[in-house]
Write a protein that binds this ligand. Sequence first.
Ligand code: TPP
Ligand code: MG
Length: 667
Amino acid sequence: MSTTAKSKIFYDYDRSNLSDETLIYLYKSMLKPRMIEEKMLILLRQGKISKWFSGIGQEAISVGITAVLDKEEYILPMHRNLGVFTTREIPLYRLFSQWQGKASGFTKGRDRSFHFGTQEYNIVGMISHLGPQFGVADGIALGNLLKKNNQVCAVFTGEGGTSEGDIHEALNVASVWDLPVLFCIENNGYGLSTPTKEQYNCEHLVDRGMGYGMESHRIEGNNILEVYTKIKALVEDMRENPRPVLLEFITFRMRGHEEASGTKYVPEDLIDTWSEKDPLNNFEAYLIAEGLISDTLISDWKADIKIEIDANLDLAFNESLIESTERKELDDVYQEFVYQETKPNKETEELRLVDAISQGLKQSMERDDTTVIMGQDIAEYGGVFKITEGFLEAFGHDRVRNTPICESAIVSAAMGLSINGYKAIMEMQFADFAASGFNPIVNYLAKSHYRWNQKADVVIRMPCGGGVEAGPFHSQTNEAWFTHTPGLKVVYPAFPYDAKGLIASAIEDPNPVLFFEHKALYRRIRQEVPTDYFTIPLGKAAILQEGSDVTIVTYGAGVHWALETLEQQNISADLIDLRTLSPLDTEAIYTSVRKTGKLIILQEDSMFGGMASDISALVSEHCFESLDAPIKRVASLETPIPFAKFLEDQYLSKNKFEAALKDLIAY
Ligand SMILES: Cc1ncc(C[n+]2csc(CCOP(=O)(O)OP(=O)(O)O)c2C)c(N)n1
Ligand SMILES: [Mg+2]
């Protein structure tokens, strides 16, 4: 394929002052992924590898960019960027093993194709959802800025991906924060079957740069010398003058979206036209015309690459199939964390829940200067609940960052910060708004460690809960959206003391933690709290009262509702405040139920699919013989949370608890 178009050279190559060695290096760097792909297409037809997304015809972009960046500089490729991986010199057998789901790959068989990253090579692979890559690049670049290491990072997307909201959010953040990112759009004409005219309605995607207040350039993506020289000049300048740059590379997808889907919808003359613009063939013809390489040399290089491919394929094919155990799979969902207790000091002061969280956060940030907190209105304004008041003065703008209104990009940026060695804390203005950042929470943060061993050292603070007459979008207690997702930890304190100790542990823990803070308790619940930094382990419930007749399990505002009820009734109950929902302290629940024989679970969220249902199922599976009565679940009405006080009171499970408890006692 690479030797057919020698006679005609489509591009007017300008080598400027590039050395012969550089030119030959660029040629060989494009030749290798081309030859790997040609081999993969054969193997695919033989059923020896699974799906394949071809980058044939687009190699100049991957190769040109990777050749410019230093090896320490992060690259975030997409599904057509084999040239990034080969130019970073990843041993081929590791790539081949990755595609076969074998242990020498990068995901222990847990994810396929290019869905992996590797810190060894400073490559951060995609998640299927495409768009979050841009936000992750923002976070990595922010880490670089904070380290003042003069590094640039590059992130890729296709033109189809640019329609995703994540992309707009991330470009805007990068512009507002001056983040040194090369945002690379490979415009190859199609997003699956969708042509560009159905994808966007501006003349050139790169014109959007102006809307973001961002420098932007359009580059002939199949002309390796144009790609290389323009990127080189830009990157050298960006290292000194950090800023984002939006790049649109004009290229073409020569094969189907993936091999099985074909190219029926692509007009044939388009394919013919672009065949003449093949980046490898043209460059090869140019180098021959310049007298830099010869047919003999090309044959020798091809023979060498073929030997390398075959030898590495042998290694990968001979590698045994992946083995694991259920235990090992479960253990790898989270990064191992050995909890080390910091004991509370003796001196205490009375704090409201809101103050305790603020103090815990502040003390964590004082202890660890790799912590960065981001959120809307959290800097000068101190956050809508004033939890970060004074943080800006204490830690400065670098570490206390007001964000634009873009939850998804900031969750992704938090992931990027973690990749680059920071601990990221994000304040969701209201827990309800996590819906706008849901994808990177459940797909990026939650799955990265399991997929490629990459921790997501992120705490997302979630001001939540009803009883504040704030209506359906400022009152939800949406913990069940997250307790369902393996890879996340979910913490939900009910008291100032617990909140302070748990926020410290959540920040120490390298895993992603959603930290729920009940708004109705913020200023209502007070407690004596130790003045210094201390920790409380995640995953341990608190037994608030001990009794013999019934076990009450609850968390958040429910704890206070249960306490109020118990104050008024003469009932001997174990009252368990879960404090952490994931991991769940099942032993505390089982031990109590085995003693009392009766269980009632109270949650503020509506019933179906919530914590109460799962706890009920667990207890019936594990403690059935100890039960003297059916388990009772008490939850709010199966409606959105209404605004007007009467309606909200009627909605909340608080009003049903006492009757349900009495019923259970009387059973
Ligand atoms: C959120 C989401 N929507 C849809 C898809 C399915 N999908 C994967 S790649 C792709 C096309 C992407 O087109 P483009 O960004 O132009 O990249 P190209 O494949 O052309 O390189 C689509 C629709 C997906 N993976 N994720
Ligand atoms: Mg495309």
